[in-house]
Unconditional design. Structure first.
Lengths: 188, 439
């Protein structure tokens, strides 16, 4: 069965049709010191690697006035460490979602209250593609940045950006992953 | 200037509903009065809120529609507002002489006064007068001499010179709203969730209007579903809704109920159609001002926040949705607590003066075995190669509970993630515990 991504690729020679399936090309993004191109708003971004949490906390620290949400299946975030990383605990909603991980994320995105929503557990199991698509639509509607801070089973096409965190000589660096699918590539 | 408003129900309105409407109108003015079975009065001069007559009219009419067909009148005083509303007239000059009944007794049906006014109207008709505009042109001094003191008094009242005392309005002790769901034609009850929610929205609209009038928000509600057993008999099914944070928005409450009923009906289907709804407010909390701030979106944001937290808490459990607050404890895993704030501010929380702490903490510390520079997770096929050790940081205390003494190390590994491990005082050399990691 064709995945949605291969469907997009198959529309390469049919101008117009491809955009019907492609994620939004909205250019708005959150400026971010660790990634000057910015974190896209209204889209899914994945950040992986050692230092991914630190990178997310750095993003939080650059927007102390905004509300953020941190959603995990089983809670592992350590708030004292978050404060040291620059997070403002007064504006950060923590959700320990258990089995209702995707549902909780969708509700949070739909509320349109949060600038950044972090999905700190992996999306697994059947129907991951559909759940990712739903999350992508919810993020697009709310114009929030949804950050996946864990590996997820499933296709990569709903992810607008994939970043890799790594420490180099004591400095945290974020780079775009080579396996990242860029919308430009997908629809050009 | 029109300082009074009257919402008049031409086909009448039940006493309970009229009281409920009066209560809802308290959000517009602290001075509200009722005319039994017929009308609600508002003294707009007592309103501390800014309303244009046009916008207020739209809001009052909208509120009236929730209870039945109504007409709205504005006047210089309560009687004029009633007379204009009753006859859908724009000014008192167009009113017939029969409107004098409203001027004589605006707040209650008084048969004695009615017969007296009928006699006055008959006398005026004999003179060929038909409208109040004809009556008002009569010289004021001659009215008392020719028709008696009562008609002179009525004329003064028309001019707004002889104000009437308003009857006291008391809110009902129990805040409750009901809705009949049986179709009037077929007497069929409501059988599906969507229809039920549609009707529930009406109930919530009325309930929230009354909450606003009282300056309250609900924290606990009881929804009674009256299940139809046939032959007019019903069985009560209770939905007890405790809200994690107070709520006064019908829209947000509806989404909370939608989720709750959906989950309830999945585990225990309705089985029988619903003949009626009864919503009771069981517990409440003080609410915001009666009028939303036009220039500030915070109130809406608070409502949305409260609704989201409530919906998440309903599904995930009460402690699963929270803000974190740091507390002064020596034991690292107890150095913060879960809490819920109604309206989180964006001001930064207290900064932590502790040495560097990891961003992730394991639910339970994991036993490790150190063999040279290798760290093995016992019971799991996991190992790390330690590159450097930073520490120890001695943490101890809390002797008033179990007491503890741990030496913490930050261990750099070849994987890139630093581990936060500790050695317990008195344990064998090489026995370590992994408690968190710097991610």
């Amino acid at each position: 069965m064709k995945t949605a991504y291969s469907l997009i690729k198959s529309f390469e020679n049919q101008p117009g049709l491809e955009t019907a399936f492609a994620p939004s090309k909205s250019r708005s993004s959150l400026k971010f010191s660790l990634y000057p191109e910015g974190i896209p708003l209204g889209a899914l971004t994945q950040i992986l690697g050692a230092g991914s949490t630190e990178a997310i906390l750095r993003l939080f620290s650059e927007y102390p006035e905004e509300k953020m949400a941190w959603v995990e299946e089983r809670f592992t975030a350590y708030p004292p460490g978050f404060v040291q990383g620059g997070a403002n605990l007064n504006g950060l909603l923590f959700v320990e979602s258990g089995e209702h991980f995707a549902w909780a994320l969708t509700q949070i995105l739909r509320s349109q209250l949060f600038k950044v929503v972090v999905a700190a557990s992996a999306l697994r199991g059947d129907g991951v593609e559909l759940r990712l698509k739903r999350l992508q639509l919810a993020a697009e509607h709310s114009q929030s940045a949804l950050i996946l801070a864990a590996e997820c089973e499933g296709p990569l096409w709903p992810l607008r950006l994939r970043l890799q965190a790594r420490q180099e000589e004591g400095r945290l660096i974020l780079t775009q992953r080579e396996d990242s699918i860029q919308i430009k590539e997908a629809i050009s | 200037m029109n300082a009074y408003a009257c919402l008049y129900f031409p086909t009448g309105l039940e006493s309970e509903k009229l009281k409920a409407l009066g209560e809802a109108c308290l959000r517009f003015s602290s001075q509200v009065a009722l005319r039994e079975g017929e009308a609600v009065f508002l003294e707009l001069g007592r309103s501390r809120l800014l309303h244009q007559e046009k916008t207020l009219a739209a809001r009052l009419e909208g509120m009236g529609r929730r209870y039945g067909q109504s007409r709205l009148g504005f006047g210089r005083h309560a009687a004029e507002a009633l007379a204009l509303a009753r006859r859908s007239a724009a000014s008192y000059e167009a009113l017939p002489l029969e409107a004098l009944h409203d001027y004589a007794s605006p707040f209650l049906n008084d048969f004695e006064v009615e017969s007296q006014v009928n006699a006055m109207i008959a006398a005026l008709h004999h003179l060929g007068l038909k409208r109040l505009s004809d009556f008002i042109t009569l010289p004021p001094k001659s009215i008392g001499e020719r028709f008696g003191a009562d008609l002179a008094l009525l004329r003064e009242r028309m001019e707004g010179e002889f104000a009437m005392a308003w009857p006291r309005f008391e809110v009902q002790s129990i805040l409750e709203e009901t809705e009949e769901l049986r179709s009037l034609e077929t007497m069929d009850a409501c059988g599906n969730l969507e229809t039920l929610l549609f009707q529930l929205k009406r109930v919530l609209d009325r309930l929230c209007a009354r909450l606003r009038g009282r300056g309250l928000r609900a924290t606990r509600l009881h929804l009674h579903l009256m299940l139809d057993l046939g032959r007019g008999r019903t069985k009560d099914r209770l939905v007890d809704l405790s809200l994690a944070l107070p709520q006064a928005s019908a829209r947000e409450l509806l989404s909370i109920f939608r989720q709750r009923l959906d989950a309830e009906f999945q585990s225990l289907p309705l089985g029988l159609p619903v003949a009626g709804l009864r919503m009771q407010m069981i517990e409440s909390a003080p609410g915001p001002g009666a009028q939303a701030d036009f220039f500030d979106t915070r109130e809406k944001e608070v409502e949305a926040w409260n609704s989201l937290v409530t919906r998440l808490s309903q599904k995930l459990g009460p402690d699963q949705v929270f803000l974190a607050e740091l507390v002064q404890r020596y034991l690292p895993e107890r150095a913060w607590k879960r809490m819920l704030k109604e309206a989180p501010t964006s001001s930064p929380a207290n900064e932590s003066a502790l040495p560097e702490r990891p961003s992730r903490l394991l639910r339970q510390p994991m036993p490790l075995l150190r063999e040279g520079e290798s760290l093995l997770a016992l019971g799991r096929k996991r190992s790390w190669h330690a590159k450097s050790w930073e520490g120890p940081e001695r943490l101890s205390g809390e002797w008033w509970e179990e007491g503890f003494a741990r030496d913490y190390y930050r261990v750099s590994t070849d994987e890139g993630r630093d581990l936060w491990v500790y050695a317990r005082e008195g344990e064998a050399q090489g026995s370590l515990w992994l408690q968190g990691y710097f991610d």
